[in-house]
Structure formats: structure tokens, C-alpha cells
Design a protein around this ligand. Sequence first.
Ligand code: ACO
Ligand code: OAA
Length: 441
Amino acid sequence: MEMLKQKFKAQADKLGEEIKAILKEHGDTVIGQTTLAQVYQGMRGMTALITETSLLDAQDGIRFRRHSIDELRDKLPKANGGSEPLPEGLFYLMLVGEIPTQEEVENLTSILQRRSHVPSYVFETMSALPKETHPMTMFVVGVMALQGESTFAKKYAEGMNKKEYWAATFEDTLDLIARLPHIAAYVYRRKYKQGKALQPDGLLDWAGNFAHMLGYDDDQFKELMRLYMVIHADHEGGNVSAHTTHLVGSALSDPYLSYAAGMNGLAGPLHGLANQEVIKWIFEMQEQLQTKEPTAEQIKEYVEKTLSEGKVVPGYGHAVLRKTDPRFTAQMDFGKKHMSDDPLVNTVWRIYETVPPILQSLGKVKNPWPNVDAHSGALLVHYGMVEYEYYTVLFAVSRALGVLSSLCWDRALSMPLERPKSVTTAAVKRWLNKEVQNLGD
Ligand SMILES: CC(=O)SCCNC(=O)CCNC(=O)[C@H](O)C(C)(C)COP(=O)(O)OP(=O)(O)OC[C@H]1O[C@@H](n2cnc3c(N)ncnc32)[C@H](O)[C@@H]1OP(=O)(O)O
Ligand SMILES: O=C([O-])CC(=O)C(=O)O
């Protein structure tokens, strides 16, 4: 742990110096223009954030420290006998910018195991909620219950020096990542498995143990969990969950508060909740059509019905991507390898052939291609995890790796309070009518 922490600090000090030099020489350089449409329409395409852990290309998709998903699947260390990357390795990569060795990943796995204890009051807090509570709500309540454990919050209350913020954030990050699978597994077991919690297996890796605590001991499911935890971890800084975590963290809210805030954003249907919406939508289609494998023609009609009811087709479209999401493709590859004759997985692939031309024909959808959420549920259902309301919790556990390593960077680089300017439409009108010189006067 000390080695990883020192390595991170050394990288952060180096980058901090480079940023100082960049700002000294180029601080006044204009990087783009902002239009009124962008301000009114969700700030699409407006470069306004620095996030070190990953970068999204509209055509090629996400790269983590310049490594594509295919490269990660190839280069990151694997579990014994496995072929999918270990998410601990990706976390290491996002933190320090280097692909770790097998030994470095194994060390990180054991550090996380040692920090994974969750106090019983956290489970008691979650169990006070009615069983019907949405799993994401239970999960975030669990995270919030744990907030009293924050090293950052304790040290801040004791008068911590600014120079120590990064170290306290680092401690909280490791603690929280170590504990999240336990909180998440508790939610699943309580809601769907009569509250029968399963003991962790200290010999397993972080994702393998998570699968085990959920109650899925199939080796292939463990492999799926490793892949799932890698591909959902980060998507640069502007997505709702990453941006929210960063924004809330900028007020020096501790990592527990910041992560919980971000996950409330992930729980929205246009963001992470879309994965549950996809399977719900497909199950409803199967029920309405009375078939497990609808034809392309039947899917087309169902899509048109969805659109005519003023709803979006879940799992399709993206705010940045303009091609099929490589996270979709990675899951398709996993499906072809392990379950190519599964009817639900085949339906997902048939939807992929059917939906893009329909969305394209609307003339307004900027990206008619599938995103990560279009595929994930069908793989989970294959192994028996049919409780789709739970899926976003898996996403949330994975997303912790990205947003929390980013939060470490935020504090190590002394990122300031985020506070952009807003204006009213009345102010916009005054400015357009030339009644005032500057927008916002
Ligand atoms: C992990 C993730 O967060 S990935 C995204 C998960 N979300 C989904 O899959 C939900 C379905 N998709 C969507 O709602 C959108 O594509 C979003 C939210 C992802 C992106 O939104 P935007 O950047 O605003 O998309 P875009 O600029 O293409 O929107 C233009 C129009 O097309 C519509 N559109 C976009 N995607 C879809 C879709 N999948 N189905 C139907 N209509 C769509 C928009 O609703 C909008 O319509 P409007 O002008 O009548 O309001
Ligand atoms: O990038 C986005 O806006 C949404 C997304 O796919 C993610 O956060 O994984």
C-alpha cells in the first residue's frame, strides 16, 4: 500500500509541476468558443473539465490512460486460470498511469481484502428500509451510513493541512472500494435471497469475491464480473456520475459523500439505470409478442411503438459516442465465446441489427448505435441474475474505480471549488438586444 501511495504521490507531484508550467505559458490560450445552444442544451462538446483517468473518442470509444478495452483485455493481469482482466489492475493503471505486474495486482487485491470490513450498523441501516426500496437507494444509503468512517472528514475536522488532502482521500478511496462489494452483495441477498448473506472468500480477487458474495460461484460468472467491473469503471469526466462526484468533491465533501452523490446520478434512466430499462423493455416485448425470440420485423414494430409513445429506446444513443460503443462489442465478444445460442443474447444482437436504421430515419438522433447498457443485462440473465432492478448497483461498484481514482487526482492536483457562471434567459435577452455589454450584466 505504501508503495502504491508513494508512486501515486510522485506521479502527482510531477504532473502538478507540468500543469503549473502549462498554465504559466498557455494559461490565456483560448481552447474553443461556447455557443448559446451549448449552454441551453447540456453543454455538449464544451471542453470544461480535466480528468486524468480516461479519455473518450466519439468514434473509437473509451481509452483508459490511452489503452483501449481490447488492449486492457490483453495486457492487464488475469486471475488464475482466467482470461478477463482484473479490475484491480485497471484501478492501478488509472491511479498511476502504468500497467501493473501480476504481483502488483495481487498486492492490491490483498490490501483491499484487509480493508473490507463493514461495520454491522451499516447493514442494520440498510435493513431498516422497506424491502421494496430500489436497490440503488439501499446501496447509496449503505454508503452514506459508512460516511462516519471517512478519514478525510475526521482529519479535516481536526484541522488537516491542505497538503494532506490527497493522502486522506487516498485512504478513503481504498477503504471504500474494498467495502463496496460487501454493501452491494448485502443489498442483493437481502432483497432477493431472503437476507441470507454469504461470507467472503479471502482467496478470491475483488470481482471474483463479489460474484461469490452475490451467490454466483460459476467460474464463468466470475469472469463476467471481472470484465463488467473493468468496462464500466470510467468514461472520462463529463458523464453525470463522474462529473457529480468531481463537483461534490470540489467542495471538499469527503469521498463517501462525493461518491454517493455521483451514484444518485448513475441511478437516472438516461445514465446508468438504462441497463435495467433495456432488459425490462425486452422482457415486456417478449411478453407482448408471446415469444422468446422476436423476429426483426416484430422488433421493428415494437421499437416504433416505443417511439410513438414518446419514449426513448433504452441502450441506444450517446451524448458523445458516434459509433457502436466498444463496451457493447466487448460484451458481444464475451457472449459469442460463452453463450452464442442464448435466445435473449441473440435477441440483443437482433435488436442491434434492427434499431440503428430506425433511429437514423428519425433524423434527430445523433448516435443511433448501442451503448454499454444495451448488452449487459442479457449476459447477467444468462447466469440466472434476472433481478434487473439490481443491475445499476453492479455498475456503481465498478464506477467507484474511476470516479474515486479521479478524486485522488483532484485532491493531489489541488483542484479548486467548481463554480461556473449561470445566467437567466432575461439576461440573455438583454444581451441579445444590446441593452448590456456582457452576458450576465
Ligand atoms: C452509461 C450511459 O450513461 S450510456 C447512456 C444510457 N442511456 C440510454 O441508453 C437512454 C437512451 N438514450 C438517450 O436517451 C440519449 O441517447 C442519451 C441521453 C444517452 C444522449 O442524449 P443526447 O446527447 O441529448 O442525444 P441526442 O442529441 O442524439 O438527442 C437528440 C434527440 O434524439 C432523441 N434520442 C436520442 N437517443 C434516443 C433513443 N435511444 N431513442 C429515442 N430517441 C432518442 C433525444 O431524446 C432527442 O429528442 P428530442 O429532440 O425530441 O428531445
Ligand atoms: O459518457 C457518458 O456520458 C455516459 C456513459 O457512457 C458512461 O458514463 O459510462
